[in-house]
Structures are given as structure tokens and as C-alpha cells.
Design a protein around this ligand. Structure first.
Ligand code: 5GP
Ligand code: ZN
Length: 116
């Protein structure tokens, strides 16, 4: 399935739910997390609906990860963090709450920045 009408991130891609765009190309969408763990917390998702890493094709993974350096640099330019964690939860047991594959880009600002 490339679009799941019940998926909140598919609705975001379709523009049915507003989001703050960080980056977009033909295959990838990046937007600010609604609940910012750190300033500039960004989610990077494939435009097709895949639940988790186990469902990703090499093609989808390639286009997604190819975009990560430029998205990370855009976050650096916008927010000037001093580091960045890139996190991905797969499955409820791993803390996944939205079942459309996503990477968390978590800019870091030093001790007490809210993460880790
Ligand atoms: P997970 O726990 O699945 O790894 O992360 C899901 C993330 O999606 C959470 O950080 C949560 O704040 C974010 N999120 C959930 N619903 C929305 C939404 O409607 N808009 C945006 N921008 N982020 C969302
Ligand atoms: Zn989806």
C-alpha cells in the first residue's frame, strides 16, 4: 500500500493535516515534530506508506538516507545545534507510536537540552 488513509503521516504528506516543512523531494518529506524533544526536532519519512524498517525496499531506503545529510545541514543552518542524534523506533516494543517509517533528527545543544 502506498497510501494508508488511516495513517497520520500519510495525511500529512497529502496535505490533509498541516505540518512545518523542512525538506521535500519526489520520494522524501521532512517536517518538524509536533512535540519537539529538542529545538528543530525533525521527522524524515518516505512518501510511500511503509510501517517500519522491515518493510523498506533498498530503493526507498536509498532515497530516504540520501536526503539525510542535506536535511541535517539545513537543521544546522537554521538552529545551530552542536550535535545531532538520528533515531528510529521499529515496533511498539521499541517505542514506535506512529506506524509509518520515520527517522527522528534530534539536534543537540549540550547538557540539559531535553534529550538523553
Ligand atoms: P515514534 O514514537 O513513533 O518514534 O515517533 C512518532 C513521532 O511523531 C512523535 O515524536 C510525535 O510527536 C510525532 N507526531 C505524532 N503526531 C504528529 C503530527 O500530527 N504532526 C507532527 N508534526 N508530528 C507528530
Ligand atoms: Zn503512512
Amino acid at each position: 500500500m502506498s497510501h494508508d488513509p488511516n495513517c497520520i503521516f500519510c495525511k500529512i504528506i497529502a496535505g490533509e493535516i498541516p505540518s512545518a516543512t523542512v525538506y521535500e523531494d519526489d520520494h522524501v518529506y521532512a517536517f518538524l515534530d509536533i512535540s519537539q524533544v529538542t529545538k528543530g526536532h525533525t521527522l524524515v519519512i518516505p512518501k510511500v506508506h511503509k510501517r517500519n524498517v522491515f518493510e523498506l525496499s533498498e530503493e526507498i531506503a536509498s532515497s530516504l538516507f540520501a536526503a539525510v545529510p542535506k536535511i541535517s545541514r539545513a537543521i544546522n543552518d537554521a538552529f545551530q545545534p552542536i550535535g545531532m542524534n538520528i533515531v528510529n523506533n521499529n515496533g511498539e516494543a521499541a517505542g514506535q507510536t506512529v506506524f509509518h517509517y520515520h527517522l527522528h533528527l534530534l539536534p543537540r545543544y549540550g547538557e540539559g537540552d531535553g534529550y538523553g
